[in-house]
Ligand binder design. Structure first.
Ligand code: CU
Length: 340
């Protein structure tokens, strides 16, 4: 409400000033002075104002750009993250250079070629050579950027090296779980029809590969540092998007299919705390797809450990089938009790 009132006052003030200026002009005309709206002096003033506007604009732009740095993510904690960040920075550098050149030319020309009495515009309808240059140069630059970007994307998404650690990231409304493929490094089959309270990931009990799978159900997920990891993404209900901002990794979790992404982490949580000078720093996994009313609650702490610390943590995690078998056993007991 206050801001609306402020705007109304500003608009009214502008209208008032415009009316006063008009009245002064009419008074001058009535007083016999020749009505001359725009003099050479006015044009020069406008030209100078253009330059001042440019300088102030640049100053604000530089100030806010530097000021906004505090909102940016820290250095990427994955190998591919470094590549994508470098590519992004390259694009920014190019855009900033072009921005300064074009804006300086724009404002300088507005100043330099302001109207002067008696000056005649130079008729210059076409210059093929010039048009050719300003078409071909950006085309080559963009072509180079796109080719390099495609090559980068191919490198990042190429098949993971053999023996990469397999981890399933499982999203549902509204939390995340992880399943580790265990000693055989193969995830047991899973099916949504097998989902129960005790088997929230629908792991197939009869698949021998399930036996050694371990789970982190709706609690922090750990990754070992410096180990190639294949993340396999699943969703139980709607499309979620698993987003690890600090790892520069994001992948949709789509019901009924497996999406995957290969990455290798490079910085442990402890090291990142030192780098960011923030003892409370934690990596996070967020949902980056509006997936329902509690979408905003889909965030989970991620810990990147040294390989020893990771093994220590991993040992304490439950097997995926522990809960399922415990329930099955208790149901057996119940049946036996009921039969007696
Ligand atoms: Cu979600």
């Amino acid at each position: 409400m206050v801001s609306l009132l402020t705007w109304i006052v500003v608009v009214l003030a502008i209208v008032t000033v415009a009316r006063i200026v008009r009245i002064l002009e009419l008074v001058n005309t009535l007083g016999g002075e020749e009505e001359e709206y725009i003099t050479n002096k006015d044009n020069k003033m406008n030209g100078i104002l253009f330059i001042i506007f440019m300088v102030i604009g640049f100053a604000f732009m530089i100030y806010f750009t530097i000021d906004a740095k505090k909102y940016l993510l820290p250095v990427p904690a994955t190998k591919h993250g470094l590549l994508t960040d470098n590519y992004l920075n390259m694009n920014f550098a190019l855009i900033i250079v072009v921005f300064f050149i074009t804006q300086i030319l724009l404002f300088y020309y507005a100043f330099r070629y302001r109207h002067k009495k008696g000056a005649k515009a130079f008729f210059y309808p076409v210059n093929h050579k010039l048009e050719f240059i300003w078409t071909i140069v950006p085309a080559i630059v963009l072509f180079g950027l796109i080719i390099y970007g495609l090559k980068l994307w191919n490198d990042i998404t190429k098949p993971a090296p053999k023996g990469s650690m397999v981890i399933e990231i499982y999203g549902k409304q509204f939390d995340w779980s992880a399943r580790y493929a265990g000693g055989d490094n193969i995830l047991g089959r899973s099916n949504f029809k097998l989902i129960t309270d005790d088997n929230p990931l629908g792991v197939d009990v009869n698949d021998p590969h399930s036996k050694d799978d371990k789970v982190a159900l709706n609690k922090e997920i750990h990754f070992p540092v410096g180990v190639p990891i294949i993340l396999k993404f699943h969703s139980r209900d709607v499309i979620h998007s698993a987003y690890f901002p600090h790892l520069r990794t994001q992948m949709n979790c789509v019901p009924g299919m497996t999406t995957e992404f290969f990455m290798e982490t490079t910085i442990t949580t402890d090291s990142m705390r030192k780098i960011t000078n923030n003892p409370k720093f934690d990596y996070v996994l967020l949902c980056n797809k509006i997936c329902g009313v509690a979408h905003y609650t889909m965030h989970l702490k991620i810990v990147i450990d040294t390989q020893q610390d990771f093994m220590k943590w991993y040992k304490d995690q439950p097997y995926a089938l522990d809960a399922v078998e415990a329930t099955a056993a208790s149901q057996d007991t119940l049946k036996k009790v009921a039969l007696k």
